[in-house]
Design a protein around this ligand. Structure first.
Ligand SMILES: C[S@@+](CC[C@H](N)C(=O)[O-])C[C@H]1O[C@@H](n2cnc3c(N)ncnc32)[C@H](O)[C@@H]1O
Length: 334
């Protein structure tokens, strides 16, 4: 090898001296015929490098998510769920401790973190956040614009994480309260502003709650009827049938594991909620909804609630089906 290297080097030297001696040597820079080609990434400008890296991350994220969906498609749910939209909210009691670790990198890669920031920064006045989970929006609230904050979630484990996070972010901040309860239950009088809430926030809540439209209608009733605003970030079905096919196939297993039905029709939920929808931005193939809304007609929520059944209602109805008033409509009190 050393001899071959020496011969090549000797040849190179001869060629170089010929090039240097030739009259056109100044016009044509010498190119070593044995030099290894450089990678386009190494020779790219910093801007191009950024584009290459961002595209590679996007392709990686898309492929990984596709692979995850594909493998979940092939697997049966661990505990077969009795029906689409079965109440799976109890899953959060066990997933709470690793919820942030599970979702953080995906949210950063898919730009969801930025959407959270955009949404929470708009909150002002008396603010209610329901289905707060581990308090992932807490860091983005602009406390200069906010008079008070009430955080609600029915999972005590999630609320405790949200509370700890908030207290370490804003030690000594006294104008906030945490409530472990359903968003559908009445709030304590001390947390309820006289005029209603100026801003109500819910992110990724409609996928989890058993009665999403009724919950939104109820939230509309808690908002200030004159000036209240609802800010929602929700996910569900896509514009594309092939994505919906995947979501439908994987939904039961995903819901069983994570407590979230990711194949819900957010458009229909909004329509049924009776809220006045002022702005909708859909992204991520139409699966992600950034929504700004105003309260609808007061009491509209009750009508909506009749259309939806909770797990308990369905079980009660099924239990009653031997002779009693099977099929009777149940009303959820708002
Ligand atoms: C997917 S997590 C979203 C958490 C958080 N909002 C976020 O964006 O990361 C859904 C949360 O909604 C809560 N939840 C579901 N139904 C609820 C209800 N009816 N009332 C209050 N919280 C509810 C669950 O306990 C869970 O913490």
């Amino acid at each position: 090898m050393a001899i071959v290297g020496f011969i090549f080097n000797a040849k190179d030297q001869q060629q170089m001296s010929k090039v240097r001696a030739s009259p056109s040597a100044n016009a044509l820079p010498y190119k070593n015929p044995h030099a290894k080609p450089t990678s386009p990434l190494l020779s790219a400008t910093p801007r191009r490098k950024g584009i290459y890296i961002a595209s590679s991350i996007a392709v990686y994220a898309f492929t990984a998510y596709g692979f995850y969906l594909y493998t979940t498609l092939l697997a049966e749910p661990d505990h077969p769920l009795p029906f689409q939209d079965t109440d799976v909210t109890d899953r959060y009691h066990t997933t709470a401790k690793h919820f942030d670790a599970d979702v953080s990198s995906t949210e950063n890669i898919w730009g969801i973190t930025n959407l959270r920031r955009r949404l929470a920064e708009q909150a002002k006045g008396d603010v209610l956040e329901v289905s707060v989970g581990t308090g992932r929006n807490g860091v983005y609230y602009d406390l200069e614009k906010i008079k008070s904050l009430a955080f609600v979630d029915q999972s005590g484990a999630m609320v405790e994480i949200a509370r700890k996070k908030w207290n370490s972010l804003h030690p000594g901040y006294e104008r906030c309260s945490f409530h472990t309860q359903s968003a559908m239950d009445p709030l304590s009088a001390s947390a309820m502003p006289k005029a209603g809430f100026s801003t109500i926030v819910q992110t990724m809540g409609s996928c989890s709650t058993p009665t999403p439209a009724a919950t939104l209608a109820h939230l509309g009733n808690l908002a200030d009827p004159n000036d209240g605003k609802l800010l929602l970030l929700e996910h569900g079905r896509s514009y594309y049938d092939w994505i919906n096919w995947i979501l439908d196939k994987a939904a039961a297993r995903h819901a069983d594991k994570h407590g979230c039905w990711f194949n819900r029709d957010v458009g229909r939920i909004l329509e049924e909620s009776g809220l006045v929808i002022e702005k909708v931005e859909r992204s991520h193939f139409g699966t992600l909804w950034f929504v700004e809304a105003r309260p609808g007609v007061r009491g509209g929520g009750e009508l909506v609630a009749r259309k939806e059944e909770t797990k308990e209602e369905r079980e009660k109805k099924e239990g009653n089906s031997n002779g009693s008033a099977a099929g009777d409509e149940q009303t959820v009190v708002l």
